[in-house]
Design a protein around this ligand. Structure first.
Ligand SMILES: NC(=O)c1ccc[n+]([C@@H]2O[C@H](COP(=O)([O-])OP(=O)(O)OC[C@H]3O[C@@H](n4cnc5c(N)ncnc54)[C@H](O)[C@@H]3O)[C@@H](O)[C@H]2O)c1
Ligand SMILES: [Zn+2]
Length: 356
């Protein structure tokens, strides 16, 4: 199934979503909107006002953040759908960030062996990443995304103005995923992003809004070429092998950071090794470091911390035959996937962070 992308343009994305949901393939459909507490209050009124096709919808509220991504929450939603008489023509509309689209997509993938769903992302992480690509998942205990399906959305509708109410810390998290995408796709826009961050106090919202569509479309094009992550899609993990290790370790030691911020720091490590191993231009690394330092405090890892992060990186599900595999960059837009990185290189990158 091909996902229809509704991106910002002269006509409002919500108006175009309304047009889509009023077409004949949805005439028999009932719509069920999944929200969390914040998107219920900040985003649902705008969605209903802009998309009259959704006016008769029922809505289900899931817990905030990762708490939403549980098998127990999925079971409750399946029960609620059954009770409401949802059938195979029903459509789930996920209004929220990546946690809402992951649980709502997961529920849609399994209910009656798969029903349709639409993502309306309301976080920057959602708009440039999580809402695109058909990966849905729940967590098991502490293992993130342990169970899931590839189940493509019918449509993804990106309305950047939802970011107006997003807290600054969540905007920062999304900005790092945007930086990752621009490093993979567009040297000019990456450079402009660094300038915009250095010029502004916090996340430069106008710049960010004006580059969302390109990032969303880039991810969609990578996914279309390799939906099941056998080759090209792996590039989207740039910064994530380090990022996941850093995220898990900092959670373990009681100083958690969000996924996006861990990825932002992980990207520093990947670029550092890219300079050493693949000859990436060192001034690009320096530009990126200046962006990171403007937005977050980079942790000064001790050798003990580095061992802790490494412990998690050894168990990354993308490793093969005991090797830690990373995505590195030759230059902007030229990633190299599955680069084997040895443990001393990992330690070196982590210990160098505070000196860059
Ligand atoms: N499926 C994928 O391909 C994919 C890709 C990347 C990330 N993810 C998943 O996405 C999740 C992270 O997503 P996220 O960062 O969007 O987190 P999130 O969904 O938890 O949203 C972050 C916070 O922002 C609030 N919020 C959302 N929109 C708002 C708005 N417009 N105004 C005010 N508050 C708002 C939410 O209530 C929440 O408190 C992780 O679980 C990650 O695994 C999935
Ligand atoms: Zn990510």
């Amino acid at each position: 199934m091909k996902t229809k992308l509704i991106l910002p343009s002269r006509i409002s994305p919500l108006a175009r979503l309304n047009r889509l949901l009023s077409q004949k393939q949805y005439v028999q459909s009932r719509f069920f909107i999944v929200v969390d507490e914040n998107t219920y209050s900040h985003c649902l009124p705008t969605l209903i006002a802009g998309v009259s096709a959704l006016q008769q919808s029922e809505f289900f509220e899931v817990p905030l953040g990762e708490e939403a991504k549980g098998v127990d929450v999925a079971a409750q939603l399946w029960g609620a759908l059954l009770e409401s008489g949802a059938d195979r023509n029903s459509v789930i509309v996920n209004l929220g960030g990546g946690c809402v689209s992951d649980i709502g997509g997961f529920v849609a993938a399994a209910y009656m062996r798969g029903i349709r769903y639409v993502n309306v992302p309301t976080t920057l992480v959602g708009m440039v990443d999580a809402a695109i690509g058909g990966k849905t998942a729940v967590n098991l205990e502490t293992v993130k995304n342990a169970v899931g399906f590839f189940h493509a959305a019918d449509a993804v509708c990106v309305e950047p103005d939802f970011l107006d109410t997003l807290p600054e810390s969540e905007r920062v998290a999304g900005l790092f995923e945007m930086a990752k995408t621009l490093l993979l796709s567009d040297v000019v826009a990456f450079d402009a992003l660094v300038d915009a961050v250095l010029r502004s106090d916090g996340v430069p919202l106008d710049f960010v809004k004006s580059h969302i569509a390109d990032c969303t479309a880039f991810k969609q094009s990578v996914v279309a070429a390799d939906p099941y992550e056998r080759s090209a899609r792996k590039m989207l993990n740039l910064g994530h092998t380090f990022g996941h290790g850093i995220e898990s370790y900092l959670m373990q030691v009681g100083s958690p950071v969000s996924h996006g911020i861990a990825v932002g720091i992980g990207l520093m490590c990947s670029m550092y090794l890219s300079v050493k191993k693949l000859g990436l231009d060192a001034s690009l690394l320096q530009r990126y470091v200046s962006l990171v330092r403007r937005l977050v405090t980079v942790p000064a890892f001790s050798l003990r911390d580095a061992e802790g992060v490494l412990g998690y990186m050894r168990h990354d599900k993308k490793n093969r035959e005991g090797l830690i595999l990373c995505v590195l960059l030759q230059s902007v837009g030229v990633p190299v996937v599955d680069v084997a990185v040895d443990e001393n290189e990992v330690r070196d990158a982590l210990l160098s962070l505070s000196k860059l």
